[in-house]
Design a protein around this ligand. Structure first.
Ligand SMILES: C[S@@+](CC[C@H](N)C(=O)[O-])C[C@H]1O[C@@H](n2cnc3c(N)ncnc32)[C@H](O)[C@@H]1O
Length: 249
């Protein structure tokens, strides 16, 4: 998705985007932030900060907080919300073009490296790695393609309880919006909007290629429920998830 699509979403963000900062979500990011020692002497950055929900949390914990996004509408709203924090600077910039070197102790990116081009993704991870100080750490959330496929299986099995197999497969594919996914490249396309979803093995491939070390991948788990997403509900089943990733320079 490009800048102007994100500008449009700044208005009614939660109507359209499933967020790890909204509702009853198991998000390991907060425990990881707690574990970081000596935060009052450290500089943290969030790239692709959107409305910057982490603003208050980071401003209160770290010495200096830096946040950016390439959508002017997101940055405008984020700046208004966080103007009371004197240690926070917000600016407009594109992760694919940043040129920081050894500047940040901690870098956060939450569902912001979701551009469909492999080159753009490589460039973004590489830029974030360069921006980290030696031994600095990155904490990221990335959309999971396995979670999407798991959701599809739940839909299919529910249809199989009600219909014969050909009908169940056909209706499940429609409900699941199967045509919008490219499962090989890991994209979801809706009109002009295209978003990357990551297989776990791909997360590792991209991060190793960018030169990160000590890569650990776990899950951010989302609650079922219509207030969270448009996905069909399966409250008795394992939750849907995004990847939570931590690594070092
Ligand atoms: C799903 S939102 C997440 C926002 C925020 N991190 C959060 O979790 O609330 C993705 C954000 O990434 C930003 N973004 C996408 N591509 C970007 C890029 N190339 N450079 C900077 N920001 C980008 C979008 O403008 C949008 O605000």
């Amino acid at each position: 998705m490009e800048q102007k699509e994100w500008d449009r979403l700044a208005e009614d963000y939660h109507e359209e985007v499933i967020s790890p900062f909204y509702g009853d979500v198991e998000n390991p990011l907060f425990d990881e932030l707690k574990k970081i020692k000596n935060k009052k002497a450290k500089i943290v950055a969030e790239f692709g900060c959107g409305l910057f929900y982490l603003g208050e949390t980071l401003a209160k914990k770290f010495k200096k907080v830096y946040a950016s996004d390439f959508s002017p509408a997101m940055i405008k709203k984020a700046s208004e919300k966080n103007k009371k924090y004197k240690n926070v600077s917000l600016c407009l910039e594109d992760i694919r073009k940043i040129k920081y070197k050894n500047k940040f102790d901690v870098i956060i990116s939450v569902n912001s490296i979701i551009m469909p081009s492999y080159n753009d993704i490589d460039k973004s991870f590489s830029n974030l790695k360069k921006a980290l100080k030696k031994e600095g750490r990155i904490l990221m959330i990335l959309p999971s393609m396995e979670s999407v496929i798991y959701n599809g299986s739940l839909i299919l099995h529910k249809q199989l309880e009600k219909f014969n197999e050909p009908t169940a497969k056909r209706t499940a594919k429609i409900k699941f919006e199967n045509k919008k996914y490219d499962f090989f490249n890991g994209y979801y396309t809706d009109g002009n909007e295209r978003q990357k979803f990551y297989y776990k093995h791909e997360v590792l491939l991209f991060l190793k290629k960018a030169g990160f070390k000590d890569i650990e991948i776990s899950k951010v788990k989302y609650s079922w429920g219509k207030n969270i997403s448009d996905y069909e509900d399966f409250p008795d089943e394992e939750k849907l998830w995004d990847w939570f990733v931590k690594a070092r320079k």
